[in-house]
Design a protein around this ligand. Structure first.
Ligand SMILES: NC(=O)c1ccc[n+]([C@@H]2O[C@H](COP(=O)([O-])OP(=O)(O)OC[C@H]3O[C@@H](n4cnc5c(N)ncnc54)[C@H](OP(=O)(O)O)[C@@H]3O)[C@@H](O)[C@H]2O)c1
Length: 303
């Protein structure tokens, strides 16, 4: 089968399409024929060597949707041929192992399901940990990307009002998600005060753009400011949120239902063939994605 591999840290050019043996489903795992694999900033950060050391040759991708084609020992409740999505390893490939998954509803496209796991887990955790409640107002710095789009919609479903930052061209997109949009950059406190005179109750830093002190100033309490992207947050008394996932199957099942009922939408900015994974990494690293990028191994290069 074809899979993306890299044998040294570096730019997108280190990624190659390799012919490798299919992985085998181990204890508690399933293998899928991958239909869509979401692209995340962690993919290119890991490729650059910014995370924990990898063993070469290394694969790429932590989430996917697809059709079950092997079931490991100890797994119940899933059958060969089932459509599923979840967390896995080396998912930018024709076949991949999943270790946390849920059933994909028939009316949710594989492209959407393949981009759901990371954003749903991270957005749910961030909302839970920042401690915001129905009737309160949340400021989201970086609302138009994958995590931001999920945070906005899940917050609205919890009865929380949301002010979200993005560049001006994405303000209609944010309104469509249910947020009050504003631009990022200097003067954020004044813009937010004009939009929400009664004040902001909590803030999430999703973009990791160095705004923690400003968010604390806006909210007035460091403990109600949380970042998923800026490890310096704790040095200001704010929170930094990271994995491992706490209850991914429950979160995936809930997200699948929300998507199926049309109450949660994931905008797929662009899909790529497996051979275009390097291009997908390059675009992700530019930091301008709206919603998600997805790699579809069965997509022809020409389509
Ligand atoms: N800690 C965790 O558990 C965890 C888990 C997953 C991801 N993350 C991290 O979370 C971060 C976001 O991930 P993601 O998947 O949402 O990224 P993404 O989809 O690539 O984010 C792209 C979005 O960021 C916006 N953006 C760029 N600069 C901005 C700024 N200065 N202010 C506000 N918005 C800005 C862009 O909007 P414009 O085009 O309008 O600028 C674009 O829509 C990444 O650093 C990722 O590594 C952390």
């Amino acid at each position: 089968m074809k899979a993306i591999r890299f044998t040294r840290y570096g730019g997108p050019e280190v990624l190659t399409v390799a012919e490798v043996e299919p992985p085998r489903a181990g204890l508690g795992q399933i293998r899928i024929a991958v239909r869509a694999s979401g692209v995340n900033p962690s993919d290119w950060k890991r490729r650059q060597g910014l995370f924990e050391e990898v063993t070469f040759p290394a694969g790429v991708g932590v989430e996917a949707s697809g059709v079950v084609d092997e079931i490991g020992p100890g797994v119940t409740g899933v059958a060969l041929g089932d459509a599923v999505f979840g967390f896995g390893t080396d998912t930018a490939a024709e076949q991949a192992i999943l270790f946390h998954w849920a059933t994909k509803p028939d009316n949710v496209p594989f492209e959407v399901a393949g981009g759901l796991p990371v954003i749903s887990d991270t957005a749910t955790r961030a909302l839970d940990e920042v401690g915001i409640e129905a009737g309160e107002t949340l400021l989201v710095s970086g609302a138009a990307g994958g995590i931001g789009s999920a945070v906005v919609q899940l917050a609205r479903l919890r009865g929380i009002a949301v002010v979200g930052t993005a560049s001006a061209g994405k303000h209609d997109y944010l309104r469509g998600l249910g947020a009050i949009p504003t631009t990022y950059g200097p003067g954020l406190k004044a813009r937010v005060a004009a939009l929400v005179p009664r004040g902001i109750d909590a803030a999430l830093d999703i973009a990791g753009s160095g705004v923690i002190p400003e968010l604390i100033d806006i909210v007035g309490a460091p403990a109600r400011v949380l970042s998923v992207a800026d490890v310096s947050a704790e040095s200001y008394g704010a929170k930094f949120s990271h994995g491992p996932p706490k209850n991914p199957e429950r979160i995936f099942t809930s997200m699948a239902q929300l998507c199926s009922e049309g109450r949660f939408h994931l905008h797929i900015d662009r899909t790529f063939a497996l051979e275009q994974t390097a291009e997908a990494h390059r675009i992700s690293a530019e930091g301008r994605v709206t919603g998600k990028l997805v790699i579809c191994p069965d997509r022809r290069l020409s389509s």
